[in-house]
Design a protein around this ligand. Sequence first.
Ligand code: 3NM
Ligand code: MG
Length: 514
Amino acid sequence: MAPPNVDYSLYLVTDSTPAILGDEDLVEVVKNAVAGGATIIQYRDKTSETADLVRIAKQLHEVTRAAGVPLLINDRIDVALAVGVEGVHIGQDDLDLKTARRVLGPDAIIGVTANSEEEAIIAAKDGADYLGLGTVFATTTKENTKSIIGTAGVQLILASLAEKGLDVKTVCIGGINALNVQRVLYQTASAQKQLDGVAVVSAIMAANDARQAASHLRELVRKPPPFAASSSKPALSQQVIRTKAPELIKRMAGKKPLCHNMTNLVVQNFAANVALAVGASPIMSNNGLEASDLAGLGGSLVINMGTVTPDMRDNYLKALAAYNAVGGPTLYDPVGAGATQQRRDGVKTLLAGGYFTVIKGNEGEVRTVAGATGFQQHGVDSGASQFSLDEKIQLVKATAAREHNVVLMTGATDVVSDGQRTLTVCNGHALLGEITGSGCTLGTTIASLLAVEREDPLLAAVTAILMYEIAGERAAVRDDVRGPGTFVPALIDELYRIRQESVQGNGNWAEAAK
Ligand code: 3NM
Ligand code: MG
C-alpha cells in the first residue's frame, strides 16, 4: 500500500487544454500551485503523444519531488513507470486496478474514480489507496461525466464505506471551488467518515494566479465554514421551550435584526408586516447584486421560491453565496417545489449552490427537497402519496441529517428536526390555511429569529412555529374575526401582542404549546 502519510487535502488535477490552461505553461502553473499549497498532483492529459507525456511528466516530477508532493499520472501506467512517479489515477473505463497494482507494486499510490456505492466498494476492496468521488457538481471541465451526485451522493458513498469498515482515503471532484469547498466538506461529513480532501481542476488551473488560488483553497479546507454549528446541543423539552421561546422573542425585539426577504410577488407586503410585528426589521429585495452589502449587516436571508423567473435563480445564488460567506443564517422556502420542471430544477440548483440553515416546506415540498439530489434516497418510496406521522418524522430527520441543517415540514402536525433532535408541534388553526402567505410568513418569522439565535437554529424554528401558530389560534377566536379577511389583520395584531408580552417578561402565551 501507499505510504500512510499522503496528504490528500488539496488535490490538483491538471488540464492542458487552452480553455482551462490558457496560454500559460503547465509546468509553471503546477510549480505555483505547489508553492501555494497543493498537496498532491495528478497529471491528466488525454491528448498528447506518449513521448510528450513522458517529457512533461519528467518536468512535473522535478517540481513535485523538490516540494515533497506526490505526482500521479492519469490512466497511463506506462508513463508512470517510465518516469518513476509515485502513482496513477484510473477511471472506471481504464486498466483494472489489480493489474495496475501488479505492475506498479505495493508502494505506488493508486486512485480510482467512483460514481456510486458499488464502484466505491469494489475499488476499496481491490486495494485502491484513495477514491475520487464524483461528479459532485456539474462542471464544464469534463464532458460526459456519468452523473451528478451532489453532496448527498458523496455522503451516501462515505456511509457505505464506513458501514463496511473500508478505510480507504477519499476526495471528491467536480465543480469544487473556493465558494463551495468548505460547505462540501462540512455537508458530506458524518461521525463515521469524512472526506480526506478535495480535487480541483479549474479552481486552480484556470485561475489568474495559481499560487494564490491554491493557497486560498488550502486555507479554506483546513477550517470549518463560517456557518458550521457547534456539535452538541441541549435537549429541547416542552419545559425548556416554554421558557426559552419568550426569552428569544424578547431578544429579537431588543435587537431588531434585519430580515432580508427574497420572496414572491404575492406576499411581499404581508411578509414585511409580519417581520415588523414579530420585532425584526424587514427588507424586501430580490436583487442579488445588493445581497453582499445586506449580508454584512448581521441579519438573515429568506429565499422564497414562490415566483420563479429564469433570472431569479441567479439572484438567489448570489444572495446565498453572500450570506454563506459571512455565516449569515439562511432559510429556504421551496414553494411549489414539485409542481413544475422549472421549480424542480430550481430546488436542485439552490441545494447545490449553497448552504441553508433551515429548509421549510409542506409535505410535497419537503419530499421534493429530499429527493432532489439525483441520487436515489434510501427508504423513500416515491410511489407513496401520503405519509404517516412516523414516516414524516423519518423523512424530516434523514433530510436534516443529510443537509446538516434544520428541516421543517409543516402540516396539521409540524415536524422539525436538526437530524439529532426531532420535535412535533400541533398548534395552529384552520383559518391559517384559508389565507395566502401563512407558510411564507412563517418562513419570515423563523428567519427573523435565526438572526438572533445562531447557536441553535432548531430552537429558533420551534419558537417561530409556536409564536406564529399560537397567534393564529388567538386571532381565530377573536370577536372581531369573522373569516379569512378579518383574520389577516388579527393575526398580525396577535403576533405583535405575543412579542409585547414576551418583552414584558410575560411568557404565559407559550403555555399554549402543544
Ligand atoms: N473527473 P473542475 S469531474 C477530471 O467526475 C474530472 O470523475 C471528474 O474539474 C469525475 O474542478 C472532473 O474544474 C473535472 O470542476 C473536474
Ligand atoms: Mg480516466
